[in-house]
Design a protein around this ligand. Structure first.
Ligand SMILES: [Zn+2]
Length: 435
């Protein structure tokens, strides 16, 4: 299969090296067996590779690697846009009752299907996904992700206190179920497992210890959780774990930091926290629409990146307000403006593709239009709405063009999504029914 159009990819962080932006006006991507075989100028495809290829000409549309979402809760799509609470009340009032429904395998399956339909309709081809505490919710998710051959990281939540009975496990059952899910799904197809304690307040010390044990037993699985999102939450952690220097230090004490550990939010952090994260290789996932919506605070992106911590972007739906990476990039820009820094569109698109893939330790497999990479590819219509068309008339540079997209575009811009070389979404056949 040969895709032609404008192409965009990044060979590295554009904030460090401007020449890492790889943009081609008349580009081509040759795909075979789920992988990219070759990329370059249209018309210059090597004959031996392109012979007999089916050609999809996307004209002036932009072809780029699929978006990567570093933090999202699939069971929360039903409670997205819930009014009037901050984090701890939001969990209690909206989230826990909805998550309780995922003990029902059928509901979990239907929601997983809807979630993945929505994800690819938004151009997201890889995500780090929280399921619920129920084994069934993770089974349903991995089964659906497998059926679509998607590169996904997911895990069952561990939560054994400070939550209603119907969304709790125990230290032992959390460990046992996580272990069996890892053995069944980690590395099966393109699935990867993330050990997923919700956050320190809802796990007993025994459960956190079990998470640390799992991390040492399975070297290459991920760990995902939340840290320092909300002031009240930080205070609560201080009361629950008086022996820890800080919220993040609770996780350090249980062996839960490291290069495979992804922590959402990381807003209320001090210098020692940042140094500890940088030293251990721990990653932060910035979830800007969620931070604004729940009123949690402002993530200091420039300062955190400068401290040597790897960062990526996440939607954090249902705390976040959109599955669209455009919405996430826009909110990241708005928050960076408050923090005395203007996030460039090159940086935002990099974070949402290969930069995010690198933070997930998947930078050698996804996130770039390069030979040998997995063919998770999206095609964006750069003129998807009347106001964008008007704005694009004035766009004089690639930066300008990308910035207009990141501020104004949404899922209507996603014309096609390919997962492992298969066309899984086309704007024309968009019909997604609710659960
Ligand atoms: Zn979250």
């Amino acid at each position: 299969m040969l895709l032609t159009g404008r192409t965009l990819s990044f060979s590295g962080d554009p904030a460090v090296d401007a020449s890492s932006v790889k943009y081609t006006e008349n580009g081509a991507v040759l795909v075979s067996d789920g992988h990219i075989l070759w990329t370059g100028q249209a018309g210059e495809e090597p004959a031996d590779l392109s012979d007999g290829a089916e050609c999809h000409d996307y004209g002036d549309n932009l072809i780029l690697p699929g978006f990567v979402d570093g933090h999202v809760h699939y069971p929360q799509i039903g409670v997205i846009a819930s009014f009037g609470t901050q984090l701890l009340d939001w969990l209690e009032i909206y989230t826990f009752p909805e998550e309780a429904r995922f003990a029902d395998r059928d509901y979990a399956e239907r929601t997983a299907k809807l979630f993945l339909d929505l994800l690819v309709a938004n151009g997201t081809t890889t995500a780090a996904v929280y399921c619920t505490v129920h084994l069934e919710s993770a089974e349903a998710f991995f089964a659906e992700s497998s059926a679509r051959n998607m590169r996904m990281i997911a895990g069952k939540i561990l939560m054994d206190r400070n939550a209603p009975q119907n969304v709790r496990d125990t230290a032992q059952s959390g460990y046992d179920n996580t272990k069996s899910l890892i053995e069944k799904w980690h590395g099966r197809g393109r699935n990867l497992y993330g050990v997923t304690p919700r956050f320190a307040p809802t796990s007993t010390p025994a459960q956190l210890e079990a998470c640390g044990t799992l991390m040492s037993e399975f070297e290459d699985v991920y760990l995902q959780s939340h840290v320092s999102e909300n002031i009240e939450e930080v205070q609560w952690v201080k009361e629950l774990f008086p022996g820890a220097r800080s919220y993040q230090d609770v996780y350090a004490q249980y062996g839960m930091l490291g290069s495979r550990a992804l922590y959402g939010h990381a807003i209320h952090m001090d210098e020692a926290d940042l140094a500890q994260a940088a030293e251990t290789g721990t990653k932060f996932v910035h979830c800007p629409t969620s931070n604004l919506f729940i009123g949690s605070g402002l993530f200091r992106m420039a300062e955190i990146c400068a401290s040597g911590v790897d960062v990526m972007l996440g939607s954090d739906v249902g705390g976040g307000t959109s599955l669209s990476s455009f919405a996430t990039m826009k909110a990241a820009y708005e928050i960076s403006q408050f923090c005395g820094y203007s996030l460039t569109p090159e940086e935002a698109f990099w974070l949402s593709t290969s930069g995010g893939a690198e933070t997930l330790s998947l930078g050698d497999r996804i996130g770039k239009l390069e030979a040998g990479f997995e063919a998770d590819i999206i095609v964006l219509d750069l003129y998807s709405t009347p106001i964008i068309r008007q704005r694009m008339n004035q766009a004089k540079s690639l930066r300008d063009m990308l910035f207009a997209q990141m501020i104004l575009a949404d899922d209507r811009a996603v014309r096609a999504t390919y997962v492992a070389g298969n066309l899984v979404h086309r704007a024309a056949d968009m019909e997604i029914r609710s659960v």
